[in-house]
Design a protein around this ligand. Sequence first.
Ligand code: LLP
Length: 393
Amino acid sequence: MSMSQSYTALRPEFREALKEAARLFPTPFYAYDLQVILERLERLQKAFPGAEIFYAMKANPRLGLLRRLLERGAFVEAVSLGEVYRAYKAGFQRNEVLLNGPVKTPAMLEELNRIGIPILGLDSLADLRRAIKMLPKAKVLLRVNPDLPIATHDHLATGRGESKFGILPEEVGAALEQARHSHLEVLGLHIHLGSALEHPEDYSAGYRVMDELYRTHGPFQVMNLGGGFGLGLDLGKVGTQAISLARKHSAELWLEPGRYLVAEAGVLVTRCWGVKRTRRNYLLIDAGMSQLIRPMLYGAIHPVEPLYKNPLKETYDLAGPACESGDVLARDITLPEPQEGDLLAILQGGAYASSMSSNYLDTPRPAELLWTGQNWEVIRRQQTWEALLEDEL
Ligand code: LLP
């Protein structure tokens, strides 16, 4: 299933700025348009008035972005110790960080005791037992698996009964019983249905499950309805339902959007280095699976915008530099014929691109640049060759 039905073209100002950046920085690099991130945050705040937004930092954890979101009142959702550590570094306080994740080891909890315990999303009965045993005092939410047929890529559905996340609705009563007899403070329940969701009906179904749970087990201070907003989702509809559900149960509404905030603000910029005609028409580019694994992992389709002109057009597959047949970032796209060195912007590259990048084939992590509207800020410099060897003995 394709996960990028909607497609917003680059703002002309940003597009021009990208060409400038490419004169200063080697390709490939990631670049982000701050204005788009802030505009998405406003859209969310409008669609869900009064909701607390915990940005899912897994989508893009750069400190330079986290700090911008912190300034505008967002909190963060983390899923690993590393992310919690980073969130604290960015300046978030303990009660502004929500740590989810399906496996919390004793070592993790020990470390949290040391660096400061954030709000915890408990994901299993084992998680709950361990938190009771190992943490002094903590605010927690219980994640519920609503057991629904969520419509998205199999890897991205988390609210289906067969998924590994959360406890089943029928286990909630017993889990709450345990938690309420402990020193943990249960703030509320949490669902996160999946990622890249395009259908409001999935949210309606999830919200019905929450409605029932809050009726049976409430009241709670908080209702966490997760993230997952696809780029083409009608936020208006989902927002109205979420707000009225939280109001009905007199709970604070919490959300955990990742992709929606940053995906369309970012691009991966790459250069064209030749054409190879085999049984397919390959355009050879200097970015690939190390910088953008989503096409290979989820069959994701990222729109591509050329930053050059030529009236002659052709249809290409974009071949990356890795020694793997699957390292093709897009298939069958029609582009103006490029000259050697011409630039392409691979769109929707602000979420889950840099955060899922790897050093496969000793590929250094590219630079990441933020366009503030006035200038380019380097929010992460290109990794050095030395840094690739640094941890080896
Ligand atoms: N909350 C929880 C508990 C999550 O697990 C996730 C994402 C989010 C919030 C944020 O979801 P979003 O709003 O970004 O859809 N690597 C995949 C996406 C994996 C999402 C994992 N969890 C991709 O590249 O599409």
